[in-house]
Write a protein that binds this ligand. Structure first.
Ligand SMILES: *Cc1c(COP(=O)(O)O)cnc(C)c1O
Length: 267
């Protein structure tokens, strides 16, 4: 390598890849094999996962039920209006009840309402989702050293890291505060592969106050980045990752010449 110092700066490669269909792929296959006709899942009112389940259910011939956190608001926001347009049945539960979504009582209650269903957890993160995301790295044509993604529930990072080749590593940027996501990602890998990979870590310093918090500094960064690159930068997930990567490059946290892929998870 005899590039000038400038050419040996870390290189940022944007890779547009919607993670939600990947997370659903093997879940739908499992649901079909189990003979399920209904998919049931959970999400907030702005959940991309709810939208994705509604669309996939419609495309693949499943009925879909979305259990939504909070009160109904008319008119529906764009996400829920879309979900409904795809035929999803929306059921609203208050925040306190929503917190019991993983309990047996909740499951029994939902079965008493809807009959049998194939359950997909909030955000879609389970072992089947992790295996779907593990297919992402090998579809990237350019060679790279580091791959970055935003982290919400952790399934995407758990899978991406599991799908890497030797010498490659993954960095997840937490979009929620609280520092609990490393544990979640490790647990998802344990469930999917019976082991935790050591080629990834989570950066917890770029959540900007927590989920869906978008202070002016982040908004301005996202607006500028989007203008320069010619796409609309999602503020909830993608902007926090891109801000984090940019900050780390400027702070010299990557070796010169490192090829960094940023997965733009909105596709
Ligand atoms: C859901 C989502 C994520 C987070 O994925 P997890 O697997 O839940 O960590 C990241 N980016 C976008 C755009 C999303 O919709």
């Amino acid at each position: 390598m005899n590039g000038t110092p400038d050419e040996r700066r870390p290189e940022l490669i944007l890779h547009f890849d919607n993670n939600k269909p990947r997370k659903l792929k093997y879940n739908l296959a499992k649901a079909r094999r189990a003979g399920a006709t209904r998919l049931l899942t959970f999400g907030g009112a702005y959940s991309n996962h709810i939208r994705a389940v509604a669309a996939a259910g419609r495309a693949e011939g499943f009925k879909t039920i979305g259990v939504i956190r909070g009160e109904p608001h008319e008119p529906l926001n764009e996400s829920l209006a879309f979900a409904k347009s795809q035929g999803m049945h929306l059921m609203y539960v208050d925040r306190e009840t929503y917190r019991t979504k993983k309990s047996n009582n909740m499951r029994r209650f939902l079965e008493s309402c809807f009959g049998d269903f194939y359950l997909i957890p909030e955000g879609g993160s389970n072992p089947a989702a992790v295996k779907g995301c593990a297919e992402l790295p090998q579809e990237i044509a350019e060679p790279f050293d580091v791959i970055c993604c935003p982290v919400g529930t952790g399934g995407t990072l758990a899978g991406i890291a599991a799908g890497l080749g030797p010498g490659q590593r993954a960095i997840g940027f937490a979009t929620l505060k609280g520092g609990f996501l490393t544990k979640e990602v490790a647990e998802l890998q344990r469930q999917a592969y019976q082991r935790v990979f050591d080629n990834w870590h989570i950066e917890d310093d770029f959540h900007f106050g927590g989920y869906a918090k978008v202070p002016p500094e982040l908004d301005a960064f996202a607006a500028k980045f989007g203008e320069e690159q010619g796409f609309e930068v999602d503020r909830i997930y993608v902007a926090k990752m891109l801000y984090g990567i940019t900050d780390m490059i400027e702070a010299g946290k990557f070796e010169p010449g490192t090829r960094i892929v940023a997965v733009i998870t909105t596709g």
